[in-house]
Design a protein around this ligand. Sequence first.
Ligand code: ZN
Length: 312
Amino acid sequence: MPQKMFFYDSKSVALRMAFWVMMACFLAPATAADSLRIVATTTVVADLVRHVAGDRVTVDCLMGPGIDPHSYKATPRDADRLARADLVVASGLHLEGKLGELLARLGDRMPVVGVADTLPRDRLLEIAPGLFDPHVWFDAALWSLCTSSVADALVALDADGADGYRMRAKNYAAELQSLDVHLREKIATIPLQKRVLVTAHDAFRYFGRAYGIEVIGVQGTSTTSEAGLNDMNRLVDRVVAQKIPVVFVETSVSDRNVTALREGARARGQNVALGSRLYSDSLGGPGSGAETLEEALRANADAIVQGLAGER
Ligand SMILES: [Zn+2]
């Protein structure tokens, strides 16, 4: 038991003993699940797993808020945390580009689930033959399909908790479906000709497809690909020609390319505003108001509507 649980007066031995007897009874039924170690790779995946796991198991998140999963490399400590887990839940579809080999190796000897890898291929956006865009959580309805693969993985480890995992997965899927409706209605408030979302990297294509907004990423689908000079010039041409009023930066991606784009447009006589920072491949930290996917997607939609539909 952690030391901080001693919140009774230490002089009162009898009270303390009664407390521990009570705690032992209270904790006993969940002991098996309590000892399970679940590690999720990103904040987005950790949020999904926590919704399905409830209070029954503790979910540890490998990459903290603001970390870019495309370029993240495991430290020796991370490798140890992953190896000691009972279950590793990754986002999948090569989002965790530099962790791929390690996750594949672990998968040979322990359960490793890539939640987006379980989605039907015909619902995914193909970037190149056989290669799919991994940013599926931006389509809340599509992400809701991942709840059942998380429940399956948890039930395989802890059959006693099956009813709870299945119920929470179903409830969370329903919440994501409601969120899906909200996001579509919200984006629909932007006049059609203004619905162009320019962001730091190409993470928002599922968002664009689901909610009816054209998206342009300054960098490619992975942050490890560079925006070339020709691409940048073409993008500046487009921003100027379409009089795009605002571009957005992301919490887990460098601002460098978006800054270059704005400078390019300014040199051509067009001022392009900087929108609020969007949550893309990472949720917000404590106190950000975007610690869950639902909060982050709502905050993004508000920022996009304010930037594109707002008077300026
Ligand atoms: Zn990304």
